[in-house]
Design a protein around this ligand. Structure first.
Ligand SMILES: O=C1C[C@@](O)(C(=O)O)C[C@@H](O)[C@@H]1O
Length: 260
C-alpha cells in the first residue's frame, strides 16, 4: 500500500518492496555464537540481517571480521546484510579500536562484497562521515546514516532536522531511534517520521525504543518507517519484539488497512 519507501540492493527493492521490512540483529560475542544465531534467525526468514560488530570480541582483527562477514554471507540464504558498529556514544558496546581503525574495518568489509548496507552515525566527525559516503559509492553498498538517543525523544522538528541532515550529508537511508519518557514521545516520533517523508526523498527508518516504543515497532511503518528491527534470537535494543509477534500484528494491520 506504499506507506514506506523501498530499500534497494543492486537496483532491486529488498524483498520485492514488502513493507515494512523485518530486520533481525546478530549480536554474538564470538564466531560460534554469531553463526549459531544466524542459523536460528535465517529459519525465521527476516527480510534483512544486521551484524552488530561492536558485540564481536574479535573486532580489533580486521581479517577475522572480514572472514566472519563472508561466512555470514555464505549462510544467510541471500538475505541482505547490514554492517553496523554502534558507538558507545549512541548505545553500542565498548570496543578497543580508534575511529580510523573502525573506518579501515568498514573499508575491508565493504570491499569484500560480504555486506549490502553500511550503518554509520551522523554524529561522527564530518570527515569520517564523508569517508563512509565515499566508501558506499565506491563499493555499491548503501549507506544508512543513523542517530540514537537512549535518554529521551527530542522535539519532532529536531528529529526531522536530523533526517534532513542525513540526506544532505550524502546518505542513502536515514534512521533515527529515540527513547520515549511517556506515550506522548511515541507520538512525537511517529509525527516526525510522517513529516520527514515530505521533506526528504530517502527511505526513513525510525523507532521509539523501550516498552512504550514497541508500539512504533509494530505500526511505525504506517507512518513511513521502512524497517522494523525485531528479535530473531536476541534483542540489540530495548523494546524489540519477536519476529513471530511482529508478523502476526502486521498481518492484522495489513488486512484492516485494506478494509478487509
Ligand atoms: O539502529 C538500530 C536500531 C536499534 O537501535 C533499535 O532500536 O531497534 C537496533 C540496532 O541494532 C540498530 O542498529
Amino acid at each position: 500500500m506504499a506507506m514506506t519507501r523501498s530499500l534497494e540492493v543492486k537496483g532491486q527493492p529488498v524483498a520485492g518492496g514488502k513493507e515494512p521490512l523485518i530486520c533481525a540483529p546478530l549480536v554474538g560475542r564470538d564466531e560460534a555464537a554469531v553463526l549459531h544465531e544466524l542459523e536460528v534467525i535465517v529459519a525465521k526468514r527476516p527480510d534483512l540481517l544486521e551484524w552488530r560488530v561492536d558485540f564481536y570480541s574479535g573486532i580489533s582483527d580486521v581479517n577475522r571480521v572480514v572472514e566472519l562477514a563472508k561466512k555470514i554471507r555464505t549462510s544467510s540464504a541471500g538475505i541482505p546484510l547490514i554492517f553496523t558498529r554502534r558507538s558507545t556514544r549512541e548505545g553500542g558496546e565498548t570496543i578497543g579500536i580508534s575511529e580510523e581503525q573502525v573506518l579501515s574495518m568498514y573499508r575491508a568489509v565493504a570491499r569484500s562484497s560480504a555486506v549490502d548496507f553500511l550503518d554509520y552515525e551522523l554524529s561522527s566527525e564530518p570527515e569520517h562521515f564523508e569517508q563512509a559516503v565515499a566508501l558506499a559509492c565506491e563499493t555499491g553498498t548503501k549507506l544508512i546514516a543513523s542517530f540514537h538517543n537512549f535518554q529521551k525523544t527530542p522535539p519532532a522538528d529536531e528529529i526531522v532536522a536530523k533526517l534532513v541532515a542525513m540526506e544532505e550529508a550524502g546518505a542513502d537511508i536515514a534512521k533515527v531511534a529515540v527513547m520515549p519518557q511517556g506515550l506522548e514521545d511515541v507520538l512525537t516520533l511517529l509525527q516526525a517520521t510522517l513529516e520527514a517523508q515530505k521533506k526528504i526523498r530517502l527511505p526513513v527508518i525510525s523507532m521509539s525504543m523501550g516498552a512504550y516504543g514497541s508500539l512504533s515497532r509494530l505500526f511505525g511503518w504506517v507512518f513511513g518507517s521502512s524497517v522494523s528491527f525485531a528479535v530473531g534470537q536476541k534483542a540489540s535494543a530495548p523494546g524489540q519484539v519477536p519476529i513471530e509477534d511482529l508478523r502476526t500484528v502486521l498481518e492484522v494491520l495489513q488486512r484492516s488497512l485494506k478494509g478487509e
